[in-house]
Design a protein around this ligand. Structure first.
Ligand code: ATP
Ligand code: MG
Ligand code: FE
Length: 341
């Protein structure tokens, strides 16, 4: 089964072809980071315009790299949400046009299902499995009992992990996107500042990062007022230590409670070296197998959309020509949708 995936939910224009849901045939990502850098974040209108400019070239290169044509695809799959509506619309309309012209099934894919299925391009899934999703817009613990179904057991009550990284990075005047810069800086510093860790209620798998973010901002502000100097690297290392301990410990506890076979990590923050090390240590002697995708599959790409789309295709899901961008698409509802769409 050869599936084309298209992803335009945020600031990467991407297309990919995946074989049997597990093997990348071609994978093309055009990043817009340079264009958003001078604004310090993603500007939705700029993102949409870039997608329009890039999508045709990205698709051509995807078919060229694979030495395949659209005729050889079994289905056209595309991120339908969540994300920026104007950005999503470019992908959805491109997928519709292609599917209509080539008489192919059209399938909408949930962006976070995609992040999770990036791991299946590394190794076959064994259920039940636990997914820690840590991205720019999401921080969630998800249990999967079978392909295509998702039970959210915990989520952030305020900022997402990536969002917290980006906001703290901005107060340290690091260029956008701040996450990777913070990661680099943290490696040079010492975690010698005691920032809060939000464990929340006993047994809760929810997260909260806004208190930590405020605490970092206050600490920096107070240091300036007292004319003390804090090393940026120490601030980064201390912030990262707080984030990573809560993420890795809650993931470990949930893995035991739900007695899962695998633990997978997904989303842009899965690229974080501190988090990767902490999880590797926690699960070193554990009975669960830990999967963390290679860096290029952690951040947005279309291979992950094609991988999740393959499962949807095999489970009989089909979108109609009324498929629309859904900026707030719900993951559990997406998993529970009927096959007759
Ligand atoms: P979502 O997937 O929730 O819709 P998104 O697609 O914008 O959001 P991703 O592309 O998955 O998010 O991830 C981007 C986020 O990951 C950014 O917040 C970025 O700062 C963060 N990130 C990337 N690399 C690292 C890293 N090494 N350490 C920490 N954060 C990182
Ligand atoms: Mg992104
Ligand atoms: Fe993403």
């Amino acid at each position: 089964v050869y599936i084309l995936g298209i992803e335009t939910s945020c600031d990467e224009t991407a297309a990919a072809i995946v074989k049997n849901g597990t093997e990348i045939v071609s994978n093309v990502v055009a990043s817009q980071i340079e264009s958003h850098k001078r604004f310090g974040g993603v500007v939705p209108e700029v993102a949409s315009r870039h997608h329009v400019e890039q999508i045709t070239m990205v698709l051509e290169e995807t078919f060229q790299q694979a030495d395949m044509t659209a005729e050889e695809m079994d289905a056209i799959t595309v991120t339908e949400g969540p994300g920026l509506v104007g950005a999503l619309l470019v992908g959805v309309n491109t997928a519709k046009a292609l599917a209509f012209a080539k008489h192919k099934p059209l399938i909408g894919v949930h962006h976070i299902a995609g992040h999770i299925y990036a791991n299946r391009l590394v190794k076959e899934f064994h259920f039940p499995l636990l997914a820690l999703v840590v991205s720019g817009g999401h921080t969630e613990l998800i249990v999967m009992h079978e392909h295509g179904s998702f039970e959210v057991i915990g989520e952030t009550r305020d900022d997402a992990a990536g969002e917290a990284y980006d906001k703290v990075a901005r107060t340290l005047k690091l260029p956008y996107p701040g996450g990777p810069q913070m990661d680099r800086l943290a490696a040079e510093g010492a975690a010698n500042i005691d920032f809060p860790k939000a464990w929340l209620e006993e047994g809760s798998y929810d997260f909260s990062f806004s208190g930590l973010k405020s605490s970092v901002i206050n600490t920096l502000h107070n240091a300036v007022q007292r004319k003390e100097t804090l090393k940026d690297a120490d601030v980064a290392a201390s912030f990262q230590a707080s984030v990573v301990e809560v993420l890795s410990e809650k993931t470990y506890r949930a893995a035991q409670q739900y007695d899962v076979k695998q633990v997978i990590v997904a989303g842009g923050v899965a690229a974080n070296k501190g988090l990767r090390t902490a999880l590797n240590n926690k699960f070193d002697d554990a009975k669960q197998e830990l999967l963390i995708p290679p860096l290029e599959l952690c951040t947005d790409n279309a291979a992950m959309i094609a991988a999740a789309g393959t499962v949807a295709y095999q489970q009989g899901h089909r979108a109609g020509w009324d498929l629309n961008a859904n900026p707030s698409l719900d993951l559990e509802r997406y998993g529970n949708r009927g096959s007759a769409r």
